[in-house]
Design a protein around this ligand. Structure first.
Ligand code: C5P
Length: 232
């Protein structure tokens, strides 16, 4: 698997997203992440439009429902020709298998499918006292990652700090897609467990997901290039 940098296009409108992407001109087209806000606001046409401009797309909708519903929803997303999609591992192995079936096209091709283990916004206290998961964060993440691998998924979203243990448990080809990236000299914003692109590379991430350090930079194209230089 080739390492790459995915830019989180956390914009609220088509206009803002496309003007941002225009800045990259005819150079390397970044791999972009489209999340719930943009997708729910603009609908599937924004995916088609960005795809038609030559970008690879991670559609970050984190599906979590009964297996039949997820299978059918994934069939629709697969027809959008995205490159990477995700589900919550908490939906069970049966749901993840159904997601994979729905994604697989008649010719056998499909987008990559990864699972969210535990959101990085969930702390140890909420895990234990609200979700009643007594196993602890690391054990839960590893078990959910193994469940995703058992279901046939390609990898997980996790913190770069967890990439090593996930690879150890699930194999070096099991993808780790990692947000929580900051340059050594930039603000951490609301992210807590952060690392630099260079450190994420050392820790074994396959893809880093970078939002504000690129989208809010005075020169986003230069910030993107800096990510590539440090990570790829
Ligand atoms: O701006 P920033 O670099 O913090 O953006 C990170 C992106 O990765 C956001 O789109 C955020 O929703 C997403 N993400 C995350 N942590 C996760 C899963 C997704 O930060 N565990």
């Amino acid at each position: 698997m080739n390492r790459d940098v995915i830019i989180a296009c956390d914009f609220s409108s088509r206009q803002a997203t496309l003007s941002f992407l225009d800045r990259f001109g005819e150079g390397r087209k970044p791999f972009v992440k489209i999340g719930m806000e943009l997708f729910y606001g603009e609908g599937p046409s924004i995916v088609r439009e960005i795809k038609a401009r030559g970008h690879r797309i991670f559609l970050d909708l984190k599906l979590h429902d009964i297996p039949n519903t997820v299978r059918k929803a994934m069939k629709v997303l697969s027809a959008l020709d995205v490159d990477l999609v995700n589900v919550h591992a908490a939906g069970t192995v049966a749901m993840m298998k159904a997601a994979l079936e729905g994604l697989t096209r008649e010719d056998g091709t499909r987008p990559l499918l990864i699972a969210v283990t535990q959101l990085t916004s969930t702390g140890d206290e909420a895990l234990r006292n609200e979700l009643l998961i007594g196993a602890g964060m690391e054990e839960t993440i590893l078990r959910y990652a193994r469940n995703a691998r058992e279901a046939g998924l390609d990898g997980v979203v996790c913190s770069p700090l967890e990439a090593g243990i996930v690879k150890e448990a699930c194999g070096k080809d099991f993808l780790t897609v990692t947000p929580g990236i900051r340059f050594a000299d930039s603000a951490s914003d609301d992210q807590v467990r952060i690392t630099t692109p260079a450190r994420a590379r050392e820790l074994g991430s396959d893809y880093i997901v970078v939002g504000r350090p690129v989208t809010a930079a005075p020169d986003p194209v230069a910030a993107y290039r800096r990510c590539l230089e440090e990570f790829v």
